[in-house]
Design a protein. Structure first.
Length: 271
């Protein structure tokens, strides 16, 4: 709801044998890519590059050992991002990006629905939205992510009055929250008793697979949000991404994969 329509600007970084992506979302408070790289050049880390370096270390260890980070691991199932188009038959859970004034297609009631408002509503507008939901649609909603900016008292009231589960993204608050949406690209996996849904940062396939690795390493039991490459125009990396049922299939190669594609890239030394 708050993203611009312009192309995304990011970078891949390589530290010795390890590779990761840096894909900022300035609309969500990240510094733009030029600033991210300038800080990195000076040895200064942002929340985004700190996590990128952590993923690069994991990738590098397995590249050096000649194995995949997914050896012996299966990627958890994911929901389908409705913005990617028609829902394949294998998917039972869909993610719908909403904005104020959005109307929910009643036919989606045959799925488990996850709504994401990116904090664009206020308390009263969300109450009005919830009150207008048809009964079958309401029953199909798994959770509503960031209906409005997080405030514990407000969210407790919204949960009580709507009966809907609320999910919080990019934050560590738990009061009034049913589900924590965690993006390994910008945050460490929390220690919590709350339900955790791990998602990609809608970033490069390298970052997308980094989130998949974090989800599997945690042993998460919730349906994840890892299938986001379909939201972008295709390129050689995206062409390698495969889906089996509701699960990503990691590409062949060492570390996170893409060995041949990564070696062909025009790497430039930062400092």
């Amino acid at each position: 709801a708050i993203a611009s329509d312009a192309p995304r600007h990011g970078a891949l970084i390589r530290i010795e044998d390890g590779i990761a992506d840096v894909n900022p979302w300035p609309e969500l408070g990240d510094a733009p890519i030029d600033s991210q790289l300038d800080h990195l050049r000076r040895g200064e880390l942002t929340p985004l590059t700190r996590r990128s370096l952590a993923m690069a270390r994991v990738d590098g260890q397995d590249r050096l050992a000649g194995r995949s980070v997914f050896d012996g691991l299966s990627v958890p199932p994911s929901h389908w991002p409705l913005a990617a188009g028609e829902v394949p038959e294998s998917f039972g859970t869909v993610k719908v990006k909403m904005s104020p004034g959005s109307r929910l297609d009643p036919s989606l009631a045959r799925y488990r629905i996850r709504l994401d408002f990116n904090g664009t509503m206020d308390r009263e507008s969300f109450l009005s939205f919830a009150a207008a939901l048809p009964a079958d649609v309401r029953q199909a909603i798994d959770f509503v992510e960031d209906p409005c900016p997080y405030d514990a008292a407000t969210w407790r009231d919204l949960r009580s009055r709507t009966g809907l589960r609320l999910a919080l993204d990019r934050s560590d608050g738990e009061d009034g929250v049913d589900v924590l949406v965690v993006k390994p690209a910008i945050q460490e996996l929390p220690r919590t008793n709350k339900e955790v849904v791990i998602t990609s940062y809608m970033d490069h396939p390298l970052g997308q697979l980094g989130a998949a690795h974090a989800a599997r390493a945690r042993g998460t039991k919730s349906i994840c949000g890892l299938i986001t490459h379909l939201l972008y125009e295709s390129d050689p990396f995206i062409e390698r991404m495969q889906i089996d049922g509701t699960r990503l299939v990691p590409p062949a190669g060492t570390g996170i994969g893409f060995d041949d594609l990564l070696e062909k890239l025009p790497w430039k030394r930062l400092a």
